[in-house]
Write a protein that binds this ligand. Structure first.
Ligand SMILES: Cc1ncc(COP(=O)(O)O)c(C=O)c1O
Length: 469
């Protein structure tokens, strides 16, 4: 064995110890870790070392070059995008995922059967979200891939409804897709699936100040399709203003018309476990497919999301994802293996961090996280609403606060304000554009965030305003 490999193997205990120590230091001080990088260093690119340095020295090189720019993105005041944190249990699960390094595929057989853990985790997630076990689920890297997976099966369904096997024959002719305010990742998925990112029929929203779909316009558009099967992409929490389509009304349309109903509930789906907001997802169990992101509100490390597709479509799912020229893999409908049900073939045991977190904190633990974040978002929204310098761009419907500078004359200063705010390193938010306004989004999805954080954030925002005056 080559020297460094041999030494590393002999010293694995020490290597994991120093790594653990470093990890604990990061986690212990996460609330003070800057949430942004102020000055991007100029890195001289290093070439591939001839014989390597061994792991301890590689760690030192990492610490010198890259560690200083690791931001506190899993900390309590990182409100950018929709970035969840990592619960302690999920970190343990993630470490063990790496250590055991299973290639999660099947439930039976002589090799790896860790798919049983994944299937069990899906059941836990269904229970957490109050969904029936008629969904077959699996883990993918994020909500983008989940939307892709669900829409790929929807594409197969749509083709079959018209007598075509799209998986075999390819897409031909336009596929009708109706949607009001889809997340960009669904549009990207349409492009990846050869359906065309601009081939959507835009349905009106429920009002000028809404992102949810207008049910009447949806029905009008459906009628215009003259019975053609179509795909509906609906929202279980839009990314800007967390608006929800009316799922109970969509269910009524589903009883009347022929369509595949997909819900992107990347983070909004967790409303299901709130004590106050579960009504927002009422009726979502009737959807054909649902996207739920775990690295958002489940607070497990990146990359983790689930697709939930009604089990009745598993033949379509296999037709879409089967490794059809690999007979040695067997018949996927008899011998279940994830590689015939989703895009990736080889894959890590992505479910384990989620399994640990769900087992460690249970339903009540997640109820607390969700309720706490919703309450903080509302308190923060009230602070902004009552201030002279900020105003809300939309009501706080769940966990995201979408706001701008109060003075419309200062629209051009929104970007500068956000840049200076983020440069403080005390908080991180992301820009947006909503209802003709440049805006800012603050998404509360971290299990650690508390009232002191929002006080500090609000104070920092006021300091920045004073500095810019
Ligand atoms: C509603 C919605 N869908 C999809 C995504 C994409 O998620 P990911 O980055 O995990 O692919 C996001 C990300 O914020 C989202 O909010």
């Amino acid at each position: 064995m080559k020297e460094h490999l041999k030494n590393d193997l002999e010293n694995i205990n020490h290597l994991l110890d120093i790594t653990k120590k470093q990890g604990v230091e990061y986690l212990d001080f996460i609330t003070n870790r800057p949430t942004s990088v102020h000055h991007i260093p100029v890195w001289e690119q290093q070439g591939l070392p001839e014989s390597g340095y061994g792991t301890e020295e590689a760690l030192q090189i990492f610490n010198k070059r890259f560690e200083p720019v690791m931001v506190g993105s899993s900390g309590p005041r990182y409100l950018g995008f929709v970035t969840g944190g990592t619960t302690p249990a999920s970190i343990v699960g993630d470490w063990l995922t790496t250590i055991y390094d299973q290639n999660t595929q099947s439930t039976k057989g002589q090799g790896d059967i860790s798919a049983n853990i994944e299937l069990e985790t899906i059941q836990l997630i269904l229970k957490l979200l109050g969904l029936p076990d008629s969904f077959l689920g699996g883990f993918v890297t994020g909500a983008t891939m989940s939307n892709f997976t669900c829409l790929a099966v929807a594409r197969q369904w749509q083709g079959k409804e018209q007598g075509r096997d799209v998986a075999k024959e390819g897409v031909s002719g336009p596929v009708k897709i109706l949607t009001a305010t889809p997340h960009s990742s669904s549009i990207k998925s349409l492009s990846l699936l050869g359906l065309g990112s601009s081939n959507i029929i835009k349905v009106k929203t429920a009002g000028d100040d809404r992102e949810a779909i207008c049910i009447q316009d949806l029905e009008d558009q459906i009628v215009k399709l003259n019975g053609d099967p179509f795909i509906l992409i609906s929202s279980g929490g839009t990314v800007n203003t967390v608006d929800f389509d009316d799922f109970s009304e969509i269910k009524k349309l589903k009883d009347k018309y022929r369509f595949w109903w997909h819900i992107d509930a990347a983070f909004g789906g967790f409303a299901a476990c709130s004590t106050t907001h579960s009504h927002l997802v009422e009726g979502w169990e009737y959807a054909d497919s649902i996207t739920v992101d775990c690295h958002k509100w489940l607070n497990v490390p990146y990359e983790s999301a689930v697709f939930l597709i009604k089990e009745q479509y598993k033949v379509l799912q296999v037709e879409t994802f089967q490794n059809s020229n690999a007979p040695y893999l067997g018949d996927p409908l008899e011998n279940f293996g994830y590689l015939n049900f989703l895009p990736e073939n080889s894959r890590r045991l992505k479910a384990l961090p989620a399994w640990f977190s769900l087992m460690a904190y249970g339903k009540k633990g997640y109820q607390y996280i969700i309720d706490n974040n919703i309450s903080l978002a509302n308190q923060f929204g009230q602070m902004l609403d009552g201030s002279q310098d900020f105003k809300l761009l939309a009501p706080v419907r769940l966990n995201t606060v979408c706001f701008t500078l109060r003075d419309d004359e200062k629209q051009d200063e929104v970007g500068r304000f956000l840049e200076v705010l983020n440069n403080t390193g005390k908080v991180f938010m992301t820009p947006t554009f909503y209802n003709g306004h440049k805006g800012i989004r603050a998404a509360f999805v971290n299990w650690m965030t508390n009232e002191n954080d929002i006080q500090l954030i609000f104070k920092t925002m006021n300091d920045v305003i004073a500095e810019l005056k």
